[in-house]
Design a protein around this ligand. Sequence first.
Ligand code: ARG
Length: 572
Amino acid sequence: MNLHQTVEHEAAAAFAAAGIAGSPVVLQPTKNAEHGDFQINGVMGAAKKAKQNPRELAQKVAEVLAGNAVIESAEVAGPGFINLRLRPEFLARNIQTALNDARFGIAKTDKPQTVVIDYSSPNLAKEMHVGHLRSSIIGDSISRVLAFMGNTVIRQNHVGDWGTQFGMLVAYLVEQQKDNAAFELADLEQFYRAAKVRFDEDPTFADTAREYVVKLQGGDETVLALWKQFVDISLSHAQAVYDTLSLKLRPEDVAGESKYNDDLQPVVDDLVQKGLAVEDDGAKVVFLDEFKNKEGEPAAFIVQKQGGGFLYASTDLACLRYRIGRLKADRLLYVVDHRQALHFEQLFTTSRKAGYLPEDVKAEFIGFGTMMGKDGKPFKTRSGDTVKLVDLLTEAVERATALVKEKNPELGTDEAGKIGKTVGIGAVKYADLSKNRTSDYVFDWDAMLSFEGNTAPYLQYAYTRVQSVFRKAGEWDATAPTVLTEPLEKQLAAELLKFEDVLQSVADTAYPHYLAAYLYQIATLFSRFYEACPILKAEGASRNSRLQLAKLTGDTLKQGLDLLGIDVLDVM
Ligand code: ARG
């Protein structure tokens, strides 16, 4: 259930009864939220607007609220806050529902959408870098939440597999294979650099490379086959990263830039015909008054280069049209580094004007900040190179495995390795997802692998604690009436009932850190509850009810972490 929304609803009805219908309720958990209490903070604003005494108005609202089916008591505090205490029977009933339903009593959205989400999307000419790690992790989590809420999610991996670099890379691949038929492309970064050196040094090589570009874009089968060979190798590198990260992204979700090649000229022609794109210095440009610079000149969104070549923008226009026209998207999400924000704003504006992006389809740029090293600079290797993601993830697993072994010297190597993988990968993902995606964040091994604080190991450990309770619990009954008496029991229960509220807000805003913060809150509350309210030693109905709370805590952690793309363990 969506507890927050339910209480907010009750408060809004009371506002209406008190003559301030429509005023924002501003509902918050009280400071310590013992018993799961809420506070209404909206009366003051409403009183000001209605020119009424806030305390008197609050009193009126409180009188309406007190004693309804959800709220046990409503008390005016301070200048016009209202403190709400929920009925324990109301909480208990909903705990029953959540506990005995595979979806935690969470309804699927009554307005399911087709959401096309663009994420990961590396350039295949080079090795995937940390920016793509962020896009992959964040996009995957958003896609999981949207699907869980009942939407149709179409994942699109918009890989950069087209453009002039590929002529050079294919030419170099041919050259390498000529000398050594068994040549294997192991390091894309190195390969790219070597190809670039050849290109700059040797005019004959450069000519061949250029010739390949022309042939490639003209659809020459031999060159296309070579190109495909390169692209496949590069994709297999990306897939290795996806597999290690257990992403939902599959090979079928790859829809790279090359896919839209045949549609680029038609799009530009259409923009010209609609009077949106105009000739400017030989190029075709859409001038956008919405993005004026300091001098008052409109921004130039270039859709075709001088000489006829196409660009990133042309491809994205064709691609957007495809996602709406063919994939029937109701909502478009682009999970991309925030440095590309302007490109997407201009893309959306142009698409609206051209009629590619209808009024009722939302297009959202889901930007994120840079992953920094501990030195405060963008994350690089010690020698200043980009970090290969495979290496980064291997290191995560190694570090976590060492840590697990240290904590549990009696664990076998296989077992420690398995746990290390779940903990290490979980830690990397969670370190990213627990931060507001729009800010930069510092990649810090020690912090992310710590068993204390807002980390994956802390949450995974909280889950194992719940499991260990059940290994000793013996018989208990998930369907027996839940009895909530202690303040912490009620507080934990109330928090558990906000799962739907949180998932809804992640689905609406595409901010996975709301979910991370929620899970951390659940784990922290559980640990306080566990200290204050003995579970197995409790008597009578209390023992069973506490086991119910523990079970729902474990299940919520597991489901919540899964929606972040993180696995749990029974022991660690
Ligand atoms: N390949 C691009 C890059 O690495 C990201 C693509 C994002 N998606 C898009 N539709 N433009 O910067």
